[in-house]
Ligand binder design. Structure first.
Ligand SMILES: C[S@@+](CC[C@H](N)C(=O)[O-])C[C@H]1O[C@@H](n2cnc3c(N)ncnc32)[C@H](O)[C@@H]1O
Length: 375
């Protein structure tokens, strides 16, 4: 499944949109991930067996059968067997991760504490634990415990010193009414049309995750063109979302039926238009442009004046890139602060140049330079 994509949009930072590919490898994830090039993966999402330790059939008070996870792939002889398995796949995933890559592991109270401790022992650096709060959880049928209404996702960097991992802070904030995104996510279980069903009308897989959950994971911690892997592919939820969001994907699954269903599901996904995916440039990520570059490029001539929005103040632009107001000389920021009697000022959003069409913020001239850089 290979998709051909064009270059990133002019205003976006450089990202590799070229030919994201999507595939599922049949087999044991530890053995298969070991064949990946070391340090090649940008993001890992793992939904491993939870080792639910269910003893016998789960029944409702009316004796009807509860469709719980009792599959062989979720069974381990002991906690220590589960820990060995966890260590093995985490090490294989870590080897494949770029130094700047991050990993998500989802689990429930049955396994997540063991997984978290092992991750720390192996050197992963925990960044967050996200609580996925289910808006439509399964009730507790026996009434002997609280309704288990959440799962936990651990998000971790490859190691403590890892630098430059992707966290699309500004985009998440913008999508959240300009409020910082929180670590508790309210998302419904995967039901209805989204749930993969076989010819017999039964669920293809017992633990298919909602696409909304994976979309938030990928949108927060990866970029278009990144390589995302999922050691426990199942129905390919991660792969379907990765393709829709313009990321490359490799999933590992040892069950042939699940792998086939996932392949068909991913093949049917249409990637979103590039312009709807291009990461927006955050203030932190945007390339630095010095005010003197505007002079060097002939966008502002030495000797012209910079004005505040009301045109009450006029500062002279010097040939060396400093500006002068009265007898005060300094940067656009320093003189902007002096002009307002303020401690600090962002000169880019304070000073204007005069054009035929009126005053124009110098920040707009800087944006033109940055757009050219992105091209
Ligand atoms: C919890 S499910 C993942 C469900 C998936 N996130 C989805 O949305 O469909 C775990 C999957 O891992 C697979 N699996 C278990 N052990 C594996 C292994 N060692 N290698 C590859 N796949 C494995 C199981 O067959 C199962 O489909």
């Amino acid at each position: 499944m290979v998709e051909s994509r064009r270059g990133a949009s002019a205003r976006a930072p450089r990202t590799n949109f070229e030919s994201p590919s999507h595939r599922i490898t049949l087999g044991d994830c530890v053995a298969e991930m070991s064949k990946l090039q070391a340090g090649s993966v940008d993001l890992v999402f793992a939904d491993p067996p939870y080792n639910l330790q269910l003893k016998g059939d789960l029944k409702r008070p009316d004796e009807s059968h509860v469709d719980a996870v009792d599959d062989d792939w979720d069974k381990f002889d002991s906690f220590s067997a589960y820990d060995d398995f966890t260590r093995a796949w985490l090490l294989a995933a870590r080897r494949a991760m770029k130094p700047s890559a991050t990993i998500w592991v989802i689990g429930s109270y049955h396994n997540i504490f063991r997984v978290g401790a092992i991750m720390q022992d192996l050197g992963f650096w925990l960044l967050n634990d996200i609580v996925w709060r289910k808006s439509n959880p399964m009730p507790n049928f026996r009434g002997r415990r609280f309704t288990n209404a959440h799962e936990t996702m651990i998000w971790a960097a490859r190691d403590e010193k890892a630098k430059g991992y992707t966290f699309n802070y500004e985009a998440l904030k913008a999508a959240n009414e300009d409020v910082q995104a929180r670590s508790d996510w309210l998302i419904p279980l995967c039901t209805g049309e989204e749930r993969l069903k076989g010819a017999d009308g039964k669920k293809v897989h017992p633990t298919q995750k909602p696409e909304g959950l994976l979309a938030r994971v990928l949108l927060s911690s990866s970029k278009p063109g990144d390589l995302v892997i999922d050691p426990f592919n199942g129905t390919g939820t991660t792969g379907a979302v990765a393709k829709r969001l313009g990321r490359s994907y490799i999933g590992f699954e040892r069950d042939k039926t699940y792998a086939k269903a996932a392949e068909a599901r991913i093949a049917a996904v249409e990637p979103l238009p590039e312009e709807s995916l291009a990461p927006f440039m955050t203030a932190r990520e945007a390339p630095r442009v010095a005010f003197s570059e505007l002079i060097e490029r002939g966008m502002i001539m030495p000797g012209t004046k910079l004005f505040d929005a009301k045109k009450k103040l006029g500062a002279l632009v010097r040939a060396d890139g400093a500006i002068m107001l009265g007898d005060k000389v300094g940067s656009i920021h320093r003189i902007g602060a002096v002009a307002q009697g303020a401690q600090a000022c962002n000169g880019w959003t304070f000073w204007h140049v005069e054009t035929k069409k009126g005053l124009r913020l110098i920040d707009e001239l800087r944006a033109e330079i940055r757009a050219g850089m992105a091209e």
